[in-house]
Structures are given as C-alpha cells and as structure tokens.
Design a protein around this ligand. Structure first.
Ligand SMILES: [Ca+2]
Ligand SMILES: [Ca+2]
Ligand SMILES: [Ca+2]
Length: 489
C-alpha cells in the first residue's frame, strides 16, 4: 500500500456519494506527469509516424486523457513537478481571436508553423458554435467557461497539432465544483491532407474532432474525474450523432465489445482502444431508447446527469432504472444484438461480422452436449449450436445454469434459414436454472442457435487502483455459467 494513499472504498450498494476523487498517490501523480510529457513533447510524428484516422495516434495515450489525468493528479505533485504540470496544462499562446456568442477561436494569422488563416479560424468558430448549440439544445450543461480570458465563452486554440500527433484535445483547467472544471480546447490549424491523409476531408476531420473534443469540455462540466471508458466511449458515440454521414468512429468497433466481448465494458486502460470502441454500447442504448431531446438521444444525457454524484457504471444503471429496465436485461440484449448487427443496428450492415466463443455441430441423433463459460464483470460469451443434416421431427432443448442470476443473464437467439431471428431472454428460477425448447430443429428451418451469457455485475469496491469503474474491483466479479443442449424427437 502506498504510504500516502487513502482508499475511500465506498461500495455502490450503500448508495453513498462515490464521486469524491480518491487522493492521488505521489507515484501515480508522477506517472500522470510523465504520460503528459510524453504526449505533449512528441516531436517525432511528422514524416516518421502516421497519424491514424481518429482522435489519437495508435499505441500512445490520448492527449485529453493524459492531460485530464495530470489535472486530477496535479495537487499531489510538489516543487518542480508541480511547475512542469502547470506548464503542460497551460493554454497555447496566440495573436488574435474570432468569437461567436458562445465560443472564441484563438489563432495566429498567416501561413506556416502554428499559424492559421482567418477564413479557417472563422470556419472553426462556426463548426464549434454549431456543436455547442446541439449539445445545449439536447439538454447538456454548457462547458464551464473561464472568468478571465473571454468571460462566459469557451476558448478554442489553433495550433499545428499534427506536430504533436493529435487531432485535438480539451483540457480541464479550473475547478468550479466538487467534480466540475472549466475547459479549453486545441484543434489543428488546418487538418491538411498532407498531414492527416485523405480518408476524410479537412472539413470532415474538423467536424468529427470538434464534436468529440467539445463533448469532453461538456463532460468536464459534470465530472472531470469520471471513468475514462465512459468519457471516451460517449465522446466517440456523439461524433456520429452530430455528423451522421462521416462514420469515422466505425474504425474503433474492432476494439470494443462488438468484437472483443471478453474484455470488460468498463476497462479504462489507456492502451486499450476499447474505450473508444465501446461507443457501440451507447449506440445500442440510443437505438433501444430512441427518445430524443433536441437532436440527440436522451438516454446518454440521463447517464451524464448522474455522473457528478456517482461513477460510470452506476450512472448507467440508474439511467436505465429511470426507464423502467435494468442493466442486466439491457446488457444481455446488447450481447444478443451484437451477434446480428445488421439486424439490430440502423447502420449495422457496415459494422464488423459478429464473433462467437464456441461452435458445436449437432447431427441427427439423440444426444446431450454441454459446456461452460467463466465471465468477468460486464463481459459476455456465446455458444453456437448448428443443426447438421437434421431432418423433420427433431427438437432442441437448451438448459442453462446461470450463476448469480441477480446480475447475470442468458439469452437464446434462434437464427432461421428464412432470415428471421427470434430472441428469447431466459428467466432463471431461484437456483439459476432456465430452459428453452426449440421445436422443428431441422437444417432446413434453422441456421443456428446462439446461447449467450452476460455478466452484468456492476457493484464495485471503489478506489482499489484498477482500470475499471471507480478504479474499483467488481464485487462479485467472475461467474461461471453452464449450458446443456439436448437433441431428441
Ligand atoms: Ca496542421
Ligand atoms: Ca452514421
Ligand atoms: Ca462521477
């Protein structure tokens, strides 16, 4: 145990206030400083390194995350380290500004280096103003504006960010409540195709970056210390809500639970691109609970409204409870949805092909096969059962033993050869047992049956130094589920 570390192990079960930031240890604070230095001083990008499409460079920490971590840790640094943190968190210096009624764009006019054209600065002002208005009209808090530079307006700086390897970032600046902070943002001075490639036009890169980064500025007005996975996945989610036709966020799907369902949804490790890829979870909720406020689905707002008083997973759970449902049910249905993205998501035809964990072919004979999955919190797994040359008159009986059924669930999906699909959410008894019989289990009629288990455990012992919700340990975490499949007639 670190000598200076205090661990407020607040259990979510108590319903207590779990928003208070754990005191950052000196060691963790120095690590945050080193990470931020690495991020801000990388000068080797140009010519030597490709900037991948997206808001970060692959394999390096995201600038917003690194600076937010440093901001949260800065009070635990001393002496020269504190001064270094201040410098890293400082705003860029620019010559002039152009303002709308809500934001100011600061830039140095001209060409070359960090300079930007006045035409481009005006375009940035208009794009960010539009994004700001979409968020505010959708019910979100305005980013907390500073009181000094341009009182009441949010400041955006233009620099040649490509030199640092980024598309953009926002940094928290001044604490305005127990959890909220003001913010300023930095965007590239031109998004030139010679720097960022031709996958998107410069305007498209500006738009999705502004939507993503400005959402971080909004988030800081709720809780600048919120769990990273929720910060990044909702910021990546919102890109496609604001600019539906750019679709840049699809590139991250391979890293989220659509493809990697055994890595917990709330894994906030910065080297894990799943923090972006799990935007698919919020997309699922947005399509399932489609009610909009302004131009955006209200369910994600409902989650962020709860962020100041609790941590990510509990905020999601509470937002779903307010909709008369449970995280357990929705997480299990999300798991089943991901087996058939083209059938469940409005843009699912363009997503990745679904994956499964086990496949068993069942020939035409009386038999019982079985298996088990051990799942960590907020993960799922699926067993595929395929009829092999089975004619008429056969049935399939599935039995499951769901461990800890208060937080774990099983879903059976029947994929028919006519392209239709039946999804059956099983209701286990007090011992966790449930069954489902599929009549007419023939090769002609059934393409496959998927038995999916989901572990929606979402209680945490906070402040344990992990990369999960509230830096905590899920309690309970692992659950082992069994399944049996019997063919008979
Ligand atoms: Ca540039
Ligand atoms: Ca889209
Ligand atoms: Ca929080």
């Amino acid at each position: 145990m670190p000598a200076t570390g205090s661990t407020p192990a607040t259990s979510a079960r108590t319903g207590g206030d779990t928003s208070a930031q754990p005191t950052v240890t000196k060691k963790a604070a120095r690590e945050a400083l080193d990470a931020a230095k690495k991020v801000k001083r990388n000068q080797s990008v140009r010519g030597a390194r490709q900037v991948v499409p997206g808001r970060h460079v692959a394999g390096r920490p995201d600038a917003t995350i690194a600076l937010t971590d440093l901001w949260n840790a800065k009070d635990s640094l001393d002496g020269s380290n504190k001064a270094a943190a201040r410098e890293l968190l400082a705003r860029p210096r620019t010559a002039t500004q152009t303002c709308s009624d809500v934001v100011c764009v600061h830039y140095s006019p001209g060409k070359g280096g960090d300079k930007a054209s006045t035409t481009y600065a005006n375009q940035v002002r208009d794009v960010v103003t539009k994004v700001h208005n979409i968020y505010v009209n959708a019910g979100y808090r305005r980013p907390a504006a500073d009181k000094s530079v341009t009182p009441g307006k949010v400041d955006i700086y233009l620099e040649n960010l490509y030199d640092e390897g980024y598309y953009g970032y926002c940094a928290p600046e001044t604490k305005v409540s127990k959890t909220a902070a003001t913010a300023y943002c930095v965007l590239d001075n031109d998004y030139a195709t010679s720097e960022y490639g031709t996958a998107n036009t410069p305007t498209e890169n500006l738009r999705v970056t502004a939507a993503h980064e400005y959402f971080h500025a909004v988030q800081f007005a709720y809780d600048a210390g919120e769990d990273r996975w929720m910060m990044e996945s909702t910021a990546t989610w919102v890109e496609d809500e604001v600019y539906d036709s750019i679709n840049d966020n699809r590139q991250y799907l391979a890293y989220g639970q659509l493809e990697d369902q055994r890595k917990p949804l709330d894994n906030s490790n910065v080297s894990n691109l799943g923090i972006y890829g799990n935007w698919i979870f919020f997309r699922y909720l947005s399509e399932r609970f489609a009610k909009k406020r302004g131009d955006l689905p209200e369910v994600v707002l409902s989650v962020w409204n709860r962020a100041p008083s609790t941590y990510s997973t509990t905020a999601v759970r509470q937002a779903l409870a307010a909709r008369g449902t449970t995280l357990k049910l929705q997480y299990a249905r999300f798991a089943a949805a991901n087996l058939a993205p083209a059938k469940t998501y409005s843009e699912g035809g363009a997503y990745y092909a679904p994956v499964y964990d086990g496949r068993t072919a069942l020939p035409a004979k009386r038999q019982t096969v079985d298996g088990q999955f051990t799942l960590k919190h907020l993960t799922y797994a699926s067993q595929r059962l395929v009829p092999k040359k089975i004619g008429k008159g056969w049935k399939l009986r599935i039995k499951v033993d769901v461990a800890r059924p208060n937080a774990n669930a099983a879903v059976v999906s029947v994929f028919r050869t006519d392209g239709t699909r039946g999804v059956f959410y099983l209701e286990p008894n007090s011992k966790g047992i449930a069954t489902k019989t599929i009549e007419g289990f023939s090769s002609k009629r059934i393409r496959k049956v998927e038995v999916t288990f989901a572990n929606a455990s979402s209680n945490f012992e906070c402040g344990q130094g992990t990369a999960f919700s509230c830096h905590g340990i899920a309690s309970p975490d692992k659950a082992t589920h069994h399944w049996w499949a019997k063919t008979y007639r």
